[in-house]
Design a protein. Structure first.
Length: 166
């Protein structure tokens, strides 16, 4: 729920909010454990198995490995982990909220956010999603004049109702 607190800060201080997505996040790091995997049947000859050297989607170690990779890079570029929440990083008055491979970057200046995006894009393959509009299935609407942010799940609810013939 940290993103709600960060949205509240952004609204109160009229900060900019941008978002990015890390492509193939789990594939960036070698794994420490010894893990063997079966080859897909289309490629396998006999009962061969392969020693896995990189994190892979579906592997229980992958989320932790990705988080360690991201945290190490954030520390390298001067961000510190917020003591109260392991999904929020801070550098000066800029916040980055992490949910797996989805990043919210919040700060007072668009130029500073653009510089951070450029740094991240040098290290990871990223999709720049620009200003927020939709985050974790939640529609985000902003009233800058009154310094308010509204979060809604109408699209999620409508999809749920359609999926369940309601």
């Amino acid at each position: 729920m940290s993103y709600k607190a960060i949205f509240a800060i952004a609204a109160a201080l009229d900060y900019e909010i941008e978002q990015m997505d890390v492509k193939t996040a789990f594939l960036y790091r070698l794994i420490k454990d010894i893990v063997y995997v079966e080859q897909p049947h289309e490629f396998a000859e006999g009962d061969d198995v392969c020693l896995l050297d990189r994190a892979l989607y579906g592997l229980k170690q992958s989320p932790r490995t990705w988080y360690e990779t991201l945290t190490a890079y954030f520390e390298k570029i001067g961000f510190k982990l917020l003591d109260a929440d392991i999904s929020v990083f801070i550098r000066g008055n800029v916040f980055i909220v992490v949910y797996v491979n989805d990043l919210l970057i919040v700060g007072p200046l668009k130029k500073e956010i653009s510089n951070i995006k450029a740094q991240l894009s040098k290290r990871f393959e990223m999709s720049d999603l620009g200003p927020y509009a939709y985050y974790l299935g939640i529609t985000v609407r902003r009233d800058r004049v009154n310094r308010k942010i509204y979060l809604g799940q109408q699209a999620y609810i409508e999809k749920f109702l359609r999926d369940h013939n309601m």
